[in-house]
Design a protein around this ligand. Structure first.
Ligand code: DSN
Length: 431
């Protein structure tokens, strides 16, 4: 930081203000977290300088011996963490991981099924404004209105009707365990591949607190910065590797290629050039942290905190999609509170509480307004907050939701939030 301060005080001040925001407010966006200083150090380190197109031992550039080692460690640790047989740590993001996985298993124009974005899915699971919805023929499945959980009667019927080549399970606003086994049964019935996007619960899976996709899914993608608490980025894994079933062969030898080779080349050169070696090094640091016993304790606290919050919301007559949570995510339908997600997000932000407005299943409002908000506990758990603090936070949120335009309530809650944050310091190392 001191280097930036000396050379570019303008940007230094912007970064300091962001640091101050992170320290003094409550971060409840379910997809965000605070990495360790060790991860930050690797992400801000000299490996940003290195071009390393290719993979360890097979690069298009010289001088790759150290980045090779970092990438190998990242892959090995990731495989150990998830009991995977194959791992690619190069995707710059979850979206790129999904794009490379789709490019490997299906062709442009093929039919795919994914959870509707408004029901908890993700942009890359077939949204018409995303490459996925534009390049592939996506058919969306939904959650059942009565349960808030995937409607397997509908999913099964759609699968039989449309015969997708691949089904994606997982999403961005699904508070319950992803039902890998049930999806496998549907996929097997029609001979489809099953892809799991575990971007949200991956840290919980690594800690053994969420079922693992490994025994059920052909390919698994994730981000690294949510519950996994690593740097911003993506990963792709498989339980084991085998020859590709489409008969794709290596040009010179005629050898049938392994699926891992097809995924690797879908990532690079398919959709990316040079890997972000500083981020891959930071991923390796984060995976090393997640392999430690303390990470299991941390992940258990994330889930315990989400359950404490969910219970407190229920006591205060909030409608939780699916009635609660198994994970770090709580999705609240605010309809009975007579406030939109947009107004709630803005009012909470003024009080120092960061959440995101979110569509709820069967929402009648647009994605810019929404009837809901999504809340997550990974970041506040990183600050060592526990059950008492979760109850306090719900109380703060409730005060704002009940009176979103009252500036004295907002000011009072803002002060309470500040005081709470002072008791749970963050990034002392960066001061
Ligand atoms: N934007 C992420 C989330 O908030 O869940 C998904 O990409």
């Amino acid at each position: 930081m001191s280097f930036i301060k000396r050379s570019d005080s303008y940007l230094f001040n912007i970064i300091q203000r962001e640091l101050n925001r992170e320290i003094t407010t409550l971060e409840l966006i379910a997809s965000e977290n605070f990495t360790s200083p060790a991860v930050l150090e690797a992400a801000g380190g000299v490996m940003t300088n290195k071009y390393a197109e290719g993979y360890p031992g097979k690069r298009y550039y010289g001088g790759c011996e150290h980045v090779d080692e970092a990438e190998n460690i990242a892959r090995d640790r990731l495989k150990q963490l998830f009991n995977a047989g194959y791992a690619n740590v190069q995707p710059h993001s979850g979206s790129q991981a999904n794009m490379a996985a789709l490019m490997t298993f299906i062709n442009v124009g093929d039919t795919v099924m994914g959870l509707d974005l408004a029901h908890g899915g993700h942009l890359t699971h077939g949204s018409p404004v995303n490459f996925s919805g534009q390049l592939y023929n996506f058919v969306s499945y939904h959650v059942a209105e009565s349960t808030g959980r995937v409607d397997f009667d509908e999913t099964h019927a759609l699968a039989i009707q449309h015969k997708p080549k691949l089904i994606i399970c997982g999403g961005s606003a699904y508070p319950r365990f992803i039902e890998f086994e049930q999806f496998r049964e549907v996929a097997d019935e029609i001979g489809a591949f099953l892809m799991a996007d575990v971007a949200h619960p991956s840290g919980l899976i690594a800690a053994g607190l969420h079922p693992s996709p490994m025994p059920f899914c052909d390919v698994i993608t994730s981000t690294t910065h949510k519950t996994l608490r690593g740097p911003r980025g993506g990963i792709i894994m498989m339980a084991d590797d085998h020859e590709n079933p489409w008969g794709k062969v290596a040009p010179k030898s005629g050898r049938v290629k392994m699926i891992s080779e097809l995924i690797d080349s879908a990532v690079m050169p398919g959709i990316q050039g040079g890997p972000l070696m500083h981020i891959i090094a930071a991923k390796a640091v984060a995976f090393g942290e997640a392999l430690k016993p303390e990470f299991k304790t941390y992940a258990q606290h994330i889930v315990d905190n989400a359950q404490s919050m969910a219970n407190e919301f229920l006591i205060r007559d909030y409608q939780l999609v699916s009635g609660g949570t198994d994970t770090h995510v709580i999705l609240i339908n605010l309809t009975n509170k007579n406030i939109t997600g947009k107004v709630a997000e803005n009012a909470l932000e003024m009080a120092g509480i960061t959440v995101n407005k979110n569509m709820v299943p069967f929402d009648k409002k647009s994605p810019f307004i929404t009837s809901g908000i999504r809340i997550g506990t990974p970041a506040v758990t990183t600050r060592n907050m526990g059950k008492d603090e979760m109850i306090k936070i719900v109380e703060f949120i409730d005060q704002i939701i009940n009176d979103p335009e009252n500036s004295s309530v907002i000011d009072k809650v803002k002060q309470d939030v500040f005081n709470l944050c002072q008791s749970f310091p963050l990034y002392n190392e960066l001061h």
